[in-house]
Design a protein around this ligand. Structure first.
Ligand SMILES: Cc1ncc(COP(=O)(O)O)c(C=O)c1O
Length: 191
């Protein structure tokens, strides 16, 4: 078995807690084997999914996307269509997909300062975007500062095209911000 950075930090003699990344605790992860076993068995039993362990549809299994659309429709109290959902392996991969499909190297990404370190690396180093930091306070990104920076950098924003319809990206973590833990107030979200 291998140990991860998180295991070492949790069990090491110095009792150091890393607040750099959010990761499930060892205790939670011990339950994963049981959950994965149950999920695998029930997936295998579903007659609708004879191809469960084959290459599947690119956007993800239809049955899962239908259930997810129902769940999101309920939670958002607004219609979510399963055709609009694309399954990926987490937030980081989702960001990589969006960044490479909708943007191109050199495009501007506004990010709150400080921001999640993995996203910063992905935007700047992997996608080659021009990252511009936006000041934030205890409530998260300061939207007025974003507005000022957008004006200041307006001549660096790429004109939209049919395939790449957005001139710039805004990456921010409005709920349970990493690393600050802040929560963007409704007023700022609306703005
Ligand atoms: C803001 C933020 N986004 C994404 C991730 C990683 O998410 P995922 O594992 O879904 O890529 C983390 C984990 O710490 C995070 O804090």
């Amino acid at each position: 078995m291998f140990s991860t950075q998180f295991d070492r930090l949790e069990s090491g003699p110095e009792r150091i807690y890393s607040l750099k990344a959010g990761a499930p605790s060892t205790r939670l992860r011990q339950k994963c084997a049981e959950l994965v076993q149950k999920a695998t068995l029930s997936l295998h039993k579903l007659e609708q999914l004879p191809d469960a362990f084959m290459y599947g549809a690119e956007p993800g299994p239809a049955l899962f996307r239908l259930e997810l659309a129902k769940f999101l429709t309920e939670q958002y109290a607004d219609t979510v269509n399963h055709e609009d959902l694309w399954v990926n392996a987490g937030a980081s991969q989702g960001l990589a997909f969006l960044g490479s499909v909708l943007f191109q190297p050199g495009d501007v990404a506004f990010v709150e300062e400080p921001t999640y370190f993995v996203a910063l690396r992905a935007l700047r180093d992997d996608l080659g975007m021009k990252v511009i930091g936006v000041p934030s306070d205890k409530d998260g990104i300061i939207v007025d500062e974003l507005e000022k920076l957008m004006m200041e950098h307006s001549n660096e924003l790429r004109p939209p095209t049919d395939k790449k319809p957005y001139s710039a990206m805004l990456y921010c973590v409005p709920t349970f911000n990493n690393p600050t833990g802040s929560y963007l107030p409704e007023e700022r979200c609306k703005k």
